[in-house]
Ligand binder design. Structure first.
Ligand SMILES: O=C(O)C(=O)C[C@@H](O)[C@H](O)[C@H](O)COP(=O)(O)O
Ligand SMILES: [Zn+2]
Length: 342
């Protein structure tokens, strides 16, 4: 559905008279005007809050500033938040909505591939702390995910490609046929809608089975323990998708060493990620994170950051291991062993 119909869709869901649209400076230029117009045509009073583009906006200060702004308006329990943007905006706005007045409704309007196939679905919301990514958050399901695939048309190439990491992840964890579709890069243009829908369906299946991330949903975190450590250690210079892609490649290698993943599966994963230009060499990673090439030091840094991973249970952590293309398993290892295997 196109953005001009947003207002009428929201009308069925939010009974209050005020909406807060949260977006970033890049999306503001592209879509804020038509978003606000559509909501105003549906007779809402529309307030806007614009943050800097990028992961740095998922911080406690920005979060509290938005909450204070809402309290000054004041927004009430029947009002709602509209997240117009990618993963950062969705996670931040979701957490705002989850906590303001102990929870008001949120409408997700994803504008990136990553948000469309992943972060807008499933109700994980949150912000980053100094110690790590998404360490402060809540589960808060969106009341509506407004899908308009045409919003991706303005997406810079590198942001689209960053989202492809999560798309490939879905193929590896749950859908061999999707993985095979993705092997032919031309399919991305011709079958984008089918690809997006397949990813969304997979995500919904996992979330419906385990909304609160106690078990099977953790499979969606394939590549994320190392991925989050890469993102965080690079001060978010390395984007989520690229970080997760490298995390998937590294954890697959570790799984081979442990005898949990056949070598040819790890090779297929490596091949597709590298085909999409998503893998960084150890040297490049080290340079970006440390400002020098020092692989032992890089591993130490990643290990230190991984220690704050939220999947950690005492001294152990569940890692996601590819058994074959289309199927992953959870395996528990100690955090020290994970560090040693890096
Ligand atoms: O929705 C999930 O569950 C996921 O793990 C999907 C991930 O791709 C996404 O990056 C998620 O936000 C990570 O969650 P976290 O619990 O590791 O912070
Ligand atoms: Zn992710």
């Amino acid at each position: 559905m196109e953005l001009e119909h947003l207002g009428s869709s929201v009308k069925d869901i939010i009974s209050g008279d005020t909406l807060l649209v949260i977006t970033d400076k890049n999306i503001e230029k592209l879509y804020l005007k038509s978003c606000v117009k559509s909501l105003e045509e549906a007779n809402y009073k529309v307030k806007t809050y614009i943050v800097e583009a990028g992961e740095d906006s998922k911080n406690p200060n920005t979060y509290l500033n938005i909450i204070n702004y809402m309290a000054e308006i004041p927004m009430t329990r029947t009002d709602g938040v509209v997240a117009l943007g990618g993963g950062v905006i969705g996670d931040l706005s979701g957490f705002v909505a989850a906590t303001y007045l102990r929870g008001i409704k949120i409408i997700q309007v994803p504008t990136t591939l990553l948000a469309l196939v992943d972060s807008s679905i499933g109700g994980k919301t949150g912000i980053n702390l100094k110690a790590g990514k998404n360490l402060l958050g809540a589960f808060h399901q969106p009341s509506l995910i407004f899908k308009d695939i045409s919003l991706l048309e303005t997406l810079p190439k590198e942001i689209f490609s960053d989202g492809m990491a999560e798309v490939i992840k879905y193929g590896i964890i749950a859908d061999e046929e999707l993985f095979n579709i993705l092997r032919n890069k031309e399919n991305i243009a011709t079958k984008l809608e089918e690809i997006v829908n397949r990813c969304g369906e997979i995500k919904v299946r996992f979330v419906e089975e385990d909304e609160f991330d106690k078990g099977i949903r953790q499979i969606l975190n394939f590549g994320h323990t190392i991925g989050h450590a890469i993102e965080k250690s690079s001060n978010y210079e390395i984007g989520h998708g690229i970080a997760v892609a490298n995390g998937m490649e590294m954890i697959s290698g570790i799984s081979v060493k442990k005898g949990w993943c056949p070598l040819d599966v790890a090779e297929e994963i490596n091949d597709i990620l590298s085909d999409y230009g998503l893998l960084l060499s150890e040297e490049k990673l080290s340079n970006t994170i440390l400002g020098e090439v020092n692989i032992p030091e890089l591993k130490k840094r990643l290990y230190k950051t991984m220690k704050s991973d939220k999947k950690r249970k005492g001294n152990e952590i569940d890692i996601v291991v590819p058994e074959k293309i289309g199927k992953c398993l959870l395996k528990r290892i100690t955090i020290e062993e994970l560090g040693e295997l890096l």
